[in-house]
Design a protein around this ligand. Structure first.
Ligand code: NAG
Length: 144
């Protein structure tokens, strides 16, 4: 096999599919639940777009978004969001544009910084819900 072919296959393998994303999401959600020793009631925040109602839920969401790479050192990652958008929306240009537009607004609005303990994830979720309330209908339920 030549180098070019190897590179092409490698690049394809790195693009996240929806199934792959859901698998990762479920794995990370389970990891965060264990790591933070969360109860069932608070863990609901991992499988929905509810805005966290207490610190335990905020820290679960923050943990999940850190594992997904959406938050790195307290800052939102545009590249990680792009990757996740492609996994979720595929070739749906309209949906991709909407997701990008919402994320751009939220990158400006969400207070960020490594000193923000468990608040960046909550603020990101609240911001996304503000601009795209339809996300609240999405349910992964990775914890059930
Ligand atoms: C986004 O995906 C590309 C390849 O598809 C990968 O190289 C990159 O590390 C990913 N970035 C993040 C932040 O997830």
């Amino acid at each position: 096999m030549n180098t070019f072919l190897v590179l092409v296959i490698f690049a394809q393998a790195m693009t996240l599919s929806l199934a792959g994303f859901k698998e990762l999401y479920s794995q990370y959600a389970a990891d965060c639940k264990t790591q933070l020793n969360a109860n069932e009631e608070d863990s609901v925040a991992l499988g929905s777009f509810e805005i966290p109602k207490n610190e335990a839920q905020s820290c679960l969401v923050d943990c999940l978004y850190n594992k997904l790479g959406l938050i790195v050192d307290g800052k939102l990652s545009e590249q990680a969001h792009k990757n996740i958008s492609v996994a979720i929306a595929g070739n749906d240009k309209e949906k991709l544009a909407k997701m990008d537009d919402v994320f751009q607004k939220c990158m400006k609005e969400v207070p960020q910084g490594a000193d923000q303990k468990c608040t960046v994830g909550k603020a990101l979720r609240a911001c996304v819900v503000k601009y795209a309330p339809e996300v609240q209908k999405m349910k992964y339920k990775p914890t059930s």
